[in-house]
Design a protein around this ligand. Structure first.
Ligand SMILES: *C/C=C(C)/C=C/C=C(C)/C=C/C1=C(C)CCCC1(C)C
Length: 248
């Protein structure tokens, strides 16, 4: 890639490093605090920590790949010839996106049959969305990017529709004291997930080269922090509240 500035290089370098630390710390917190919630919610908290653990691992790989792709000498950044590997991100999403939906379904504590079928259909739609997005992400031209992006948007729309209609009814049945928090988790999920396709479209508006790379990497990183770490902590909070309610 041509002409990445030292500022752009350092911004992404530091964003990856920060995110690696944040994901690892969230994992530790969630797993250590697991015993603070009642037994029916422990799996939700374990899975929240698993999501941030998988992300921490991939940010470590992404960070190393970024470092290997450039050489910084006397304030000048030059490509080393080693490609920056975008596949880590998509492999991460393939694992974490279905788990994030399962985490939401579990903390709502639906009846077991309902929870199983919702986890399966939502998990499958999420995996399909990621698999269809990847060929577009690595495509060299805009029409190919747009084609796969549009295909990937079909399962995305299905998931959003399920979050608001299918799970909507179950959210209304949540105890009053946590209904607000569950709605917050859903809204934060919707807002952060909606950010990914927007970031994906950066090259559509004539952003290219280092500017496109910087926008895409920074955008996905911020969205990951919210969708995984912040939502994970919110799910933990919901689990704590529901445990207290049910104990009383
Ligand atoms: C932790 C990672 C998460 C929550 C990733 C979510 C990713 C998406 C919602 C991606 C969606 C995409 C589209 C809807 C179309 C364009 C291609 C994608 C894969 C960026």
């Amino acid at each position: 890639m041509q002409g990445i500035t030292l500022f752009q290089y350092s911004l992404i370098y530091n964003a990856f490093s920060f995110t690696l630390a944040a994901m690892a710390a969230t994992t530790l917190f969630l797993w250590i605090s697991r015993s603070d919630v009642a037994a029916p919610y422990r799996t939700a908290v374990t899975i929240s920590g698993l999501v941030t653990a998988i992300a921490a691992y991939h940010y470590w790989r992404i960070f190393n790949s970024w470092e290997a792709a450039y050489d910084v000498r006397n304030g000048v950044v030059a490509a080393t010839g080693y490609a920056f590997n975008d596949a880590y991100r998509y492999v991460d999403w393939l694992l974490t996106v279905p788990l994030l939906l399962v985490e939401l379904v579990l903390v709502m504590r639906l009846d077991p049959a309902d929870a199983r079928s919702k986890s399966l259909t939502l998990g499958f739609a999420a995996a399909l969305m990621i698999v269809l997005g990847y060929p577009g992400e690595v495509a060299a031209d805009i029409p190919t990017r747009a084609l796969w992006g549009t295909l990937s948007a079909i399962p995305f729309v299905y998931i959003v529709w399920q979050l608001f209609s299918g799970l909507g009814a179950s959210i209304e049945r949540q105890p009053g004291a946590v209904k607000g928090l569950v709605k917050q988790a859903r809204l934060l999920t919707f807002a952060s997930w909606g950010f990914y396709p927007i970031v994906y479209m950066a090259p559509y508006v004539h952003l290219s080269g280092a500017d496109a790379t910087t926008t895409i990497q920074l955008g996905y990183t911020i969205a990951d922090l919210i969708a995984k770490a912040v939502v994970g902590l919110l799910v933990f909070n919901i689990a704590v509240r529901k445990s207290q309610l049910e104990a009383a």
